[in-house]
Design a binder for this molecule. Structure first.
Ligand code: PMP
Length: 351
């Protein structure tokens, strides 16, 4: 009888929170759906799509639009079916049996998860109690342990903290390991290394259209790297990884620079309102730590996170529960006001 192998036999499919909730602040998505004018443009493009044909393998029009928006050379860009696809692809292709990759903790859990499927060793570099990365200590660790690949998110999901451009550059230039900087949330901060990509032979930067751009539904991610690495990524990816609809949408959305910039300002402002509201709440309560954030969410530790999570769910608000921590996405202004009101109510009720 066929038996599943050891590495997969106990795995269960990823299951996001089920049920219908009025306010979703659990997945760091963009709170607003597409505006009507961009939707209309997309509908017009539908008429041009040859549904009977395979999509453009290199998604050239999409890649050019992305590259223009970010001011990078299109030859350096590979589009993926979400950055999730690119994480798996790059770990599986750029590591070989016996290699070791490094993740930091806490960080986005998929990096570690995919390493087990790829059957490579995965070491963990622990952040301090303040959830900051000690970059010098990390460099020492990578060189001492002969790490082959290091991957981490900057800004970090779930902590919302980030390392500066200068620190990121120091790390990339001080190690031989391939460094993958996942800048999924860098649209909300200023410390991207995208403009330095040409300077390094060991750097890949990921970006996603699932956060600021607001198209998590279409699955669009990007890997940016020097031409040698970019060609290798293009050679190992599956040929038609980004469907024609997503390519068309991405091409359109990155042309709307002003719209994206305005949306960025709104989300950052709502994040600040959320952060300030949580800090105010923590001033009145024992044992709550709220971490400052450069992303579109706020991370906090409380003595009763599970209870808070249940209470919010009862009010049709979902946030992300992570052990003793909660991660709350900056939604619309009204959603932020609603979650803050519900949290204040929770503490009044439970006093
Ligand atoms: N990287 C990080 C740090 C993320 O938080 C996420 C989404 N939660 C992803 C990658 C995956 O993004 P995508 O939707 O592009 O697959």
């Amino acid at each position: 009888m066929y038996q599943l192998n050891d590495k997969i036999k106990n795995l269960v499919p990823y299951e996001p929170i089920s049920g219908t909730y009025a306010i979703r602040l659990d997945a760091n998505e963009c709170p607003d759906n597409l505006p009507d004018d961009i939707r209309s443009q997309l509908k017009e493009r539908l008429d041009d799509i040859a549904f009977n044909r395979y999509p453009d393998p290199l998604a050239e029009r999409l890649v050019h639009s992305f590259a223009e928006y970010y001011g990078v050379n299109p030859a350096f860009v590979t589009a993926g079916n979400g950055s999730d696809e690119l994480i798996f692809l790059i770990e599986s292709a750029f590591l070989q049996k016996g290699d070791t990759m490094l993740v930091v903790a806490p960080d986005f859990s998929m990096y570690n998860f995919y390493s087990s499927i790829c059957e490579v060793k995965c070491a963990t570099f622990q952040k301090g109690a303040d959830l900051e990365i000690d970059v010098d200590a990390m460099i020492d660790y990578i060189n001492r342990e002969k790490i082959d690949m290091v991957i981490f998110s900057n800004p970090c999901n779930p902590t919302g903290k980030g390392i500066s451009r200068a620190e990121a550059e120091k790390l990339v230039s001080s190690v031989d390991a391939l460094v993958i900087l996942d800048e999924a949330y860098m649209d909300f901060w200023t410390e991207s290394l995208l403009d330095k990509i040409e300077d390094y032979s060991n750097l890949i930067i990921f970006r996603t259209a699932s956060k600021l751009v607001g198209s998590a539904a279409l699955r669009l991610g990007f890997a940016v790297a020097n031409p040698t690495i970019a060609r290798a990524i293009q050679a190992v990816k599956s040929p038609y990884n980004v469907n024609s609809l997503s390519q068309a949408f991405g091409e359109i959305i990155y042309q709307h620079k002003e719209y994206l910039q305005n949306r960025q300002k709104t989300i950052v402002r709502n994040k600040e309102i959320l952060y300030n509201g949580l800090v105010k709440l923590s001033d009145t309560q024992q044992g709550i730590t709220v971490f400052s954030s450069v992303a579109n969410f706020v991370f906090m530790k409380t003595p009763c996170s599970k209870e808070i999570w249940e209470y919010l769910k009862g009010k049709s608000i979902v946030v992300r529960l992570m052990g003793a921590y909660l991660r709350i996405t900056a939604g619309t202004e009204a959603e932020v006001a609603a979650v803050l009101a519900a949290l204040n109510e929770f503490f009044e009720v439970s006093e």
